[in-house]
Design a protein around this ligand. Structure first.
Ligand SMILES: [Zn+2]
Ligand SMILES: [Zn+2]
Length: 152
């Protein structure tokens, strides 16, 4: 689900959080047409899709703890791809207002497989992905989209 940004005040509607009187999981498209920005009152038409910037780290040696907690480290094992979120020392926190939304596998034919992290887990497993060429990404509801790093 896409986030939407108010063009008047930059408030971001996050469907994973919802709002007062709007349950989390409500897509922007499903908000009533009379819905207004809760911050400035702008009409629904005044919202645009929030752009997604993909974050990546180039040198694992110099990453911060916050970066370390967001990188999906992945490895191939048999027919599966196992993705660990963050490092053992820096797991991503799982809180009501700060959590991993999705882990994605983008395959070379355009297929996207989307998994969610289960409570108490810090890994997800893609079983039998169909392609050798793929990319792993995750999205944090606050810190955006992160590109995976392959480990052996
Ligand atoms: Zn607004
Ligand atoms: Zn985060």
């Amino acid at each position: 689900m896409q986030k939407y940004t108010c063009t008047a005040c930059s408030y971001i509607y996050n469907p994973f959080i919802g709002e007062e009187n709007i349950p989390s999981g409500t897509a922007f498209e499903n908000l009533s047409e009379s819905w207004n920005c809760p911050h400035c009152g702008e009409e629904k038409e005044g919202f645009i899709e929030t752009p997604v910037n993909i974050q990546e780290v180039s040198h694992l040696r110099n990453i911060t703890e916050q970066e370390a907690s967001h990188i999906p480290f992945y490895k191939e094992q048999g027919d599966s791809i196992i993705v660990q979120i963050g490092t053992v020392d820096n797991p991503h926190e799982i809180e009501e207002n700060h959590f991993i939304e999705y882990v994605w596998l983008f395959e070379s034919d355009g297929t996207i497989i989307e998994l969610t992290l289960q409570p108490e887990e810090d890994t997800v497993t893609f079983e039998n992905p169909g392609y050798d060429e793929y990319e792993v990404r995750l999205s944090c509801n606050i810190h955006g989209v992160w590109r995976g790093v392959k480990i052996e």
